[in-house]
Structures are given as C-alpha cells and as structure tokens.
Design a protein around this ligand. Structure first.
Ligand SMILES: [Zn+2]
Length: 337
C-alpha cells in the first residue's frame, strides 16, 4: 500500500531509544516472545530504514524515563535525535517522582516536543496518581497533549481500569489526551468517550494485529469474537480525524511490513486508512504546535536518509546533530536547557 496524500505517511508510535535502552527493550520483548522478528541488536539506522521501506515519512518518537535520573538524558536524546532526523517528531516524558512537572514540560515544549507520553505500566504508576495533577492542570491550560499507554492489561498482567481512565478525563476534560491502544479490548467504551470528550483521541497501535487469524483462538479465550472486530471497523469509519495509527516499531506485534499489512488487510475504505495514517496524526500535531508547519509542506517526503546519517553520527558520539547540515534540522529550538 502506498501513502495516500502528498506521499505522506505518519507513524504515530515509534521507539527509537539510546542504544542501551533499545537493546534492553528488545531483550525484554524477545524474552516475552522468542519469535519476535526484530533483531535484538537493531539500531536506530535499521529502524529508520524499516520505516522508509514502508513509506513512512514522519513518525512520533517516544522515549520515557524508567527512573528519576533518566528524565533529563532521555529527553535530551529524543530531542537531539529528532532534530537531526527529518520527519521525526519528538514527544517528551517525565518520571512520576519528578518535581516541578509543569516547568519540565514547558521546557520540553520550548525545545520542540509536541506532547508528553507515558507508559504507566512500565513506568510503574497510575495515570490518576495525585503526583500527576499539577502536570494535568498545566497541560489543560497550555493545551498540550498527554498520551497514555492504555489497555492490553492481560499482556502486562496489570490493571488500568477503563472507569479510572474515564474519571481522569472527566476531571480534566480540556486536557488533550490520547488513549494509545484504544483501551484494548474496551474499544466500544473508548468510542463512547470520543463522543463525550472532544479533546480525546485514540491511537490504534497494535489493535489491528490482534485480529490476525493466528490470534483468533486467544481472542475467543478472552471472550471476544468477530463482534469486536466489527466494533473496531465501524468506529474507524465513524471517528475519522480522532484516531491515529502507529507501529510501535521495533517493539510492535511483528515486522513493520506485517504491521502495515494489517491495516491493508482489514478491508477499511481508503479514506479511513488515510485518516489513520495521514490526516488524523497531521491535524493532531498541527493543533498543538506552531513550529511544525515546515514538516508538512507539499513536496516533502522528508529525507529519512539524512536522518539515518544524523542518527549514525549521534549514536557514534559525533556530537550534537545541530552541527550536521540536513533539511528541517532547525525545527527544534534551543537544546541546552
Ligand atoms: Zn510503544
């Protein structure tokens, strides 16, 4: 499948991390699923090349701290990496123990991050944790988005009840919020929330993969038949503009080729696919930033090749990517605070 409009395809969920974190992530995934087709020693350049092979021109890059000391370095990495990688769009993160969360978030936005991404299961906190309240109040005022991993509780053997998530956005209805993975399997409830909360968005990352024939017995074990597939399908057609699609590469469900094959094989009308992979994520980014207009100019497929060069330089310790002359590298301002 080729990208639909202006040759743009946006992947709303990618994890390019510092080498140590990348290899830890892959080792963890491969332990959980020895058949995971991504090599444990995958590099940023290899991920970029996989993305390019699937026609991805832009992607949201997520990197989050696992402990308090990592907040600074992991955000520095992501911002520098994205600054040197045309089409790479950074999202910052924080640790629940960070003090002064609003100030940290504001600095991240000043340096080009679009929003804040959390993986509460991996970062070991509840989204409704009281420590997060000052951040949510700030994001509501600043009109910047927060993205939460939601759903797939059985896989993580942890709980994040949909009712608690609903209560959170009810408390902060103006906070732009993305429920990544659509609270899977609570897709129907997620759609109902879209009706009620105009600032809520969904991200269908990993959701299509579950409907591959090989997972049918597992779905049935959990009590979900073809009804859930129909629910998913209908909402993707009805809520165009509110739902994005990402791969979770290199930690997604299979090779990138297989993951993009999932959307193609789902039988969606072209305009629904286009909304997932172009219109919804582009509108999302544009709604919350004013310095990304150059990202989506006509005529760009941006040069992921130069991104690979920049990544290479960055990861081999060649210094800040600002020194590398590549198009669009000026989209991230500052870089030292
Ligand atoms: Zn992810």
């Amino acid at each position: 499948m080729k990208p639909q409009i202006k040759n743009i395809r946006i992947d709303s969920h990618v994890h390019i991390l510092p080498p140590r974190r990348l290899s830890a992530l892959l080792r963890w995934i491969i332990r959980a699923n020895p058949a995971h087709p991504v090599p444990a020693d995958i590099t940023a350049e290899m991920i970029l090349s996989d993305l390019r092979a699937q026609g991805v021109t832009h992607f949201f890059n997520f990197a989050y701290p696992l402990d308090l000391a990592e907040t600074g370095p992991i955000n520095d990495f992501n911002i520098a990496f994205c600054a040197g990688t045309p089409g790479a769009i950074p999202f910052g993160s924080l640790h629940p123990d960070d003090e002064n969360k609003p100030e940290i978030a504001q600095r991240l936005f000043n340096r080009g991050c679009v929003g804040i991404k959390f993986h509460p299961f991996v970062q070991k906190f509840d989204p409704w944790d009281k420590r997060m309240e000052p951040l949510y109040d700030f994001l509501e005022e600043a009109q910047r988005p927060v993205l939460f991993h939601t759903g797939f509780e059985a896989f993580y053997r942890m709980q994040m009840p949909a009712a608690k998530l609903e209560a959170l956005i009810r408390k902060h209805p103006r906070m732009p919020t993305v429920f990544v993975h659509m609270m899977f399997p609570e897709i129907e409830r997620a759609y109902r929330l879209l009706e009620e909360f105009p600032m809520l968005f969904l991200d269908a990352t990993n959701v299509f993969a579950v409907f591959r024939p090989e997972y049918k017995p597992m779905l049935e074990t959990f009590g979900y038949g073809s009804g859930l597939r129909d629910v998913l399908f209908e909402g993707l057609c009805n809520y165009k503009g509110r739902i994005m699609f990402g791969s979770d590469h290199p930690a997604g469900m299979g090779s990138l080729e297989k993951i993009y094959g999932d959307i193609e094989n789902f039988g969606l009308p072209p305009e629904a696919i286009n909304s997932l992979t172009v219109d919804a994520p582009m509108t999302f980014v544009k709604s919350f930033t004013d310095d990304f207009s150059s990202l989506f100019m006509d005529g760009i497929p941006t040069a992921v090749e130069s991104g690979a060069r920049a990544a290479n330089a960055l990861l081999s310790g060649a210094g800040p990517t600002n020194d590398i002359l590549i198009p669009c590298a000026n989209k991230v301002q500052g870089g030292n605070d």
